[in-house]
Design a binder for this molecule. Sequence first.
Ligand code: CA
Ligand code: CA
Length: 517
Amino acid sequence: MTAVSCCEYRILDKDPVAEAVADNYRTYYEIFIGGFSDSNKDGLGDINGVISRLDYLNDGNPNSGKSLGVEGIWLMPVMPSPSYHKYDITDYYSIDPGYGTMADFEKLVAECNKRDIRLIIDLVLNHTSERHSWFISARNAIKEGNLEDKYAKYYTKKTRKIPGRTWYKFEKTPNGTQYYYEANFSPCMPELDLDNHDVRHEITDIVKFWLGKGIGGFRLDAVKYFHYGEDLRNIQFLKWLNGECRKVKDDVYIVAENWSPAVSIQNYYEAVNCFDFGMSGTEGDIYNTVQGDNSVTEFLQRLALYQRHILQKNSRAILNPFISNHDMDRAADFLDVDEYAMQMAANLYILSSGCPFIYYGEEIGMKGSNDSAPTDANRRLAMLWDDGDTVRDPAGSSYDRARQANGSVKSQLSQKNSLFVHYKNLIMLRRANPEIARGLIEPLDFSQYTAFGGFVSDYNGSKAAVFHNTGENEITVDLAGYTDVEFSEVRGYAGKGRSGLCGSILSLSGYTSVVIK
Ligand code: CA
Ligand code: CA
């Protein structure tokens, strides 16, 4: 520990100003449309509901201070589907009628583009719905023994069940042969044969269709199941898919769900960007750091190593950190807002490299978990607007609303220290300092502290530094003992307290992070 002399801290006296940087490094917001906002008062969230909430998400002016400020939206599946979550698609070329029309979707794209919000949509290619016309044709063809039928070849099928995957019976052929189709998620979700020539043509048409609507890219569902257990084949397929997309849109943003250990995720970066699952949930690095189970320096060193690994795989690789998504318990269920655990978790991943993904409602500390009932519907509850929005919780949910203790959007918009305001300031701070998202992370060695650490991020020769104090006590350090970089300005801080810089001496309150230059 370095002894420091006292001096008067020069603390932040004005907000930094954010400039627009039009590239792929953005803060995203994941939306389950059915649970977000209901425009026609039938209880189901819809696309016009999302449009009506764009000013809440991003009003187009990064310095207005009036909206959350996200620069990208990930929409969970928009295509027609019999399920509430819509991960089993019956038609890849239209909008689920409960959500609205293609004209509504086109209007949403136009509104997002006006505000420089990059819209990406969920693309489910591993499987279709059993009610998709392709599978209905396939099932009929196999029943008739017509194995040469075009659609019979669209799906993964075998005459014996390969262990480690899940298989269901087709009706036997007229000569008595039993075929099984692969369906790892549910018998209603038969899996496509992604090596089939005609399926590949369909996929090319599908991505052309949606990119042609003006969207910015895709979130790819369940990529490790494409050829289950065969990462190399999956990566080959993803490289092909990335190429097909880039023929249409060179700066397409693709982020894949490969819910696997970090070493597997890193390999997939060779083809596409991936969610960094190792950061998320109650086993993840962010939670462990906020809880003090590993130090901030360990967290940053691991992150820096991870970043170098993915950049070795692909020089265009971009990190995609998050703390929770629609398949996990909500972050406020395991991170306390009143004790600033939630705020510090947000600081760790939003003041970080790449594209952080915020799950809708996270910014107001919405809760929802399947601890009382084993259903993901409890993790996808209706957004707590409390302003007359008629959106209802999804079918099958059973979460006790009395557990929602952190308040609604309406209440948090007007509170100075609400979690919403914290997220808003954090996103603003990140945006006003483009080095944070785009630079190479260079952690400083504060390993003698558990709750304090920081890194320098160098972006085209411009250096910014981020410091986190996840503990309750103020920390004062002489940065000259840790880095040769000379800093002159506090760019902003986010958390419970404040921060000051006097020469090379940095002070940082408990439960607070700071950006300096
Ligand atoms: Ca509706
Ligand atoms: Ca598959």
